[in-house]
Ligand binder design. Structure first.
Ligand SMILES: Cc1cc2nc3c(=O)[nH]c(=O)nc-3n(C[C@H](O)[C@H](O)[C@H](O)COP(=O)(O)OP(=O)(O)OC[C@H]3O[C@@H](n4cnc5c(N)ncnc54)[C@H](O)[C@@H]3O)c2cc1C
Length: 552
């Protein structure tokens, strides 16, 4: 099949505006005749479902959690990018576009990224209007911080809970439509197949996870906002439920996959502690605004720290190697994630790791505490030479910025990160690859769309921090609601899609026979056993470093 990305003609900066001005629309009365299934209620699916219903389409939304509010987007911590240039530090649509393409190692589709940069500012306005409590500065204006791979501050945030707050916004918008009857919400349902009729996606087969019943659902178009495939590696920062079934089933029905080899390894996660774990915990990238990453300069010191014979706080400054600041002076600790992860692995492989297994580096806030403490003392006219006072004031500032992350770290590691540096190590976090989509976010199956982390198009070989939330909400609030209309405008006379057809019969029978096979195969090992084994192979052979021999 020849892939046609359907990128509009014309200069990059005009493509989206021209496209919106020329594609077909569906008038409000006709929208009421059209049904859309949205699989997934994270930031991508939730925002899409709410917007499509607001426009007038009849939406059926599905998620496997007990509430849309529990989609994995809730875990997002650090922030969401937008080129508002509130800081007056030189940001612009072009700069956000440029940083994203460069950060993605020039592997992203540029037309999509430019569109993303253009609509990024609308997202912030939309979310503020919904009441999302973004952090504000002293004067009450929206605050920003910096993320890796950029030289400006463009990240909007709500402490370390940005995903949760944004999801509550999308969920409220959904709830309004559920209340109006425009969204029929199917919680605790897992999509197990896409139904293709005459070459078009016309419905899904889903399993009711409470009753076990297999159900048929039809629509004029199907949207997948079903998240990424990081769990292929078993251990990752994703929830165990993020299991990629939806995208995989769509692939088996003919939706192409793109760039499955591009997995993001996040540099700041809590290191693996043993074989009992099913999940790893992220320490948000925002911590790299103030935390300094280092390992000892000398192998003997590293060994002493590993064996707990030497405390990191007792190691003199000149015996520490702030390796990111040393190697990348312009970006320092805020280099892109892939660069930071590879550098940490290289130092640990060379023997400089700092935990028991030698697979951790330090993320240290001591300098930030002193810097903030002195500033606060100065502002309040207090004694800037009083070390105890500086510590107290500095810790207060750090707590106000990252308090929940520090608390989470202490709960898991049982060490106080205000007193001793955090230990971090890279872990699987995000998948840049995904279901192939064209400029309209349509997959290679007509009528089947993919949005958010489930698709592949925006982040190339490496996603910059705070760009996933931006993409999910751009797709759901501002892109798909336009582009899907162009497709649905041809369906205004089709009438409701029946579930009583050979295609639905065949898909349902296939799902049932697969479930029967797994339930009755009398195996002796649980699914997790195989998942763990596969995950280990993936991490060791296809993880941060790959070579021909191991891949074979
Ligand atoms: C710990 C963590 C922190 C992060 N922090 C940030 C951050 O600060 N900034 C940033 O930009 N990005 C961050 N990310 C990335 C970002 O959160 C995700 O990429 C993004 O939220 C994905 O949104 P989504 O809507 O595409 O998918 P998800 O939120 O994963 O939602 C998937 C939805 O699909 C449903 N689903 C899946 N399969 C099926 C099926 N078969 N049947 C029915 N329903 C199904 C699920 O129930 C769920 O509702 C973070 C990610 C993690 C893991």
């Amino acid at each position: 099949m020849a892939l046609d990305s359907k990128i509009p003609e014309g200069p990059l900066a005009d493509k989206w505006t021209n496209h919106k001005n020329t594609i077909d629309l569906v008038n409000p009365a006709n929208k009421r005749l059209l049904d859309v299934i949205v699989v997934g209620t994270g930031l991508a699916g939730g925002s899409a479902a709410a917007t499509l219903a607001e426009l007038g389409y009849n939406v059926k939304a599905f998620c496997f959690q007990d509430s849309p509010r529990r989609a994995h987007s809730i875990a997002a911590q650090g922030g969401i990018n937008a080129s508002k240039n509130y800081q007056g530090d030189g940001d612009s649509t072009y700069r956000l576009f440029y940083d994203t393409v460069k950060g993605g190692d020039y592997r992203s589709r540029e037309a999509n990224v430019h569109r993303l940069a253009e609509v990024s500012t609308n997202i912030i306005d939309q979310c503020v209007a919904q009441g999302v409590p973004f952090a504000r500065d002293y004067g009450g204006l929206l605050d920003n911080r910096s993320f890796g791979g950029v030289l400006v501050s463009r990240t909007f945030y709500a402490k370390g809970q940005t995903g949760q707050q944004l999801l509550l916004g999308a969920y409220s918008a959904m709830n309004r439509q559920i209340g109006r009857g425009k969204i029929k919400m199917h919680n605790r349902h897992e999509m197990l197949d896409v139904v293709v009729v005459d070459g078009k996606a016309r419905g899904i087969i889903a399993r009711n996870l409470v009753t076990g019943e297999i159900e048929r659902h039809s629509a004029h178009a199907v949207v997948l906002g079903s998240g990424g495939y990081g769990n292929v590696f078993y251990l990752s920062t994703n929830a165990m439920g993020s299991n990629v079934t939806a995208a995989w089933k769509a692939h088996k029905r003919g939706a192409y996959f793109a760039n499955p080899c591009y997995t993001q390894i996040h540099p700041t996660c809590i290191p693996v502690s043993g074989d009992h774990q099913s999940k790893l915990t992220l320490m948000s990238e925002s911590l790299r605004n103030d935390g300094r990453i280092w390992v000892p300069k000398n192998l003997e010191d590293a060994k002493a720290i590993q064996n707990r014979e030497l405390k990191p706080t007792d190691l003199a400054e000149d015996k520490r190697d702030y390796f990111l600041e040393r190697r990348y002076p312009a970006f320092g600790n805020l280099v892109p994630r892939d660069v930071a992860s590879r550098a940490a692995k290289e130092r640990c492989d060379a023997g400089f790791g700092v935990n028991k297994t030698g697979e951790a580096v330090f993320l240290d806030f001591a300098a930030a505490i002193i810097r903030y403490g002195k500033e606060k003392a100065h502002v309040k006219g207090l004694n800037e030479e009083d070390e105890a006072l500086i510590q107290t004031l500095g810790k207060e500032v750090v707590k106000s910025k990252y308090g929940n992350l520090f608390q989470m770290y202490e709960k898991i590691v049982d060490e106080n990160p205000y007193e001793t540096p955090m230990m971090i190590y890279p872990a699987v976090h995000y998948t840049m690859g995904g279901v192939w989509v064209d400029y309209n976010l349509q997959t290679t199956i007509p009528g089947l769309y993919a949005i958010g982390e489930a698709n592949f198009s925006e982040h190339g070989a490496n996603r910059l921090g705070a760009s996933a939330l931006m993409q999910g909400l751009a797709d759901g609030y501002f892109v798909l609601p336009y582009t899907i209309g162009n497709y649905l405008s041809k369906d205004i006379r089709t009438g409701p899609i029946s579930t009583d057809s050979v295609e639905f019969d065949e898909a349902e029978a296939k799902v049932k026979s697969e479930i029967d096979h797994f339930i009755n195969n009398k195996g002796t090992k649980p699914v997790d056993y195989f998942h763990k084994r596969l995950g280990k192979i993936m991490w060791n052979k296809c993880g941060m470093a790959r070579n021909e021999k191991e891949l074979k």
